[in-house]
Design a protein around this ligand. Sequence first.
Ligand code: GLU
Length: 326
Amino acid sequence: MKRLSLAAAVSGLILGASAFSTQAVADQKFITIGTGGQTGVYFVVGQSVCRMVNRNSDEHGVRCNAPSTGGSVANVNGMKSGELDMGVVQSDVHYRAFNGVGNFEEDGAWGEMRSLFTMHGEPLTVVARANAGITEFADLKGKRVNIGNPGSGQRNTMDVVMNALGWTVNDFALASQLDAAEQAAALSDNNIDAMIYVVGHPNGSIQEATTTIDARLVPVTGPEIDQLVETYSYYTHSIIPGGLYRGNDEDVPTFGVAATFVSHAGVDEDTVYHTVKAVFDNFDRFKRLHPAFANLTEESMISDGLTAPLHPGAKRYYVERGWIQE
Ligand code: GLU
């Protein structure tokens, strides 16, 4: 009798425990962050945010993963379709997607986008084989150029630049559409003369290209570029510092955008709150996760380049920290 009641008590305990863990699982929220190619910086942004979030999953119940994707445009489309909750998106793509203008006119405005914060700067970066006879952007005409996969931010920005110059894909001997992570090998294998990447520095892809072969960063300047910077507030003149990559000791002038971190409006307030909290409560640790994050400041991260309104969960945290007014 005694034994029986003990067994009953034990089974009661087990039942209770499993009911409890079912409850805990039900409360867990899984978020998926869209990034970019594995040798770029977006992938590290997503992985780093998840690392910070997942440190305290037991407390807040949010679990995060950040798979590799085709880049900015793929991330916008993934959030629209509900496959992704959050994503890293170039500030120019962000603006055009939110407002439904330029190369997003056909898609229409996506008013459901919400801003969390801005990350690092991303200069339009052209890398050419040293012996390809490419010393300025105009030299790309007639060459084999990887203009990027259609889901990428660089492809979207390249379309704008080509448009400004009056170029089409027919102006290149070859306009390939390789993914970001495939470009460095294509350049090294002499399948293309130049690759184009809108990306933070330093990054693995350009390190790969410049260490495998002699390759040079090419300036992106001229009246059409000045005009783009003048017309669109999300474009700025920028410099890729010399000395980051083998054989490239001089500063290289170009223009660029910023990487922004955004979500779908439908992601609940607590989840976004815990995501931004995880980043900014551990900010020094976070910044050490990639050299492109070294110069980030809280102040510019919550103000620069954010077209879409702040998500209420992000706003709650920034108000709590006294960074913005209610
Ligand atoms: N800016 C690129 C894009 O939007 C991605 C850069 C990166 O992966 O760091 O596709």
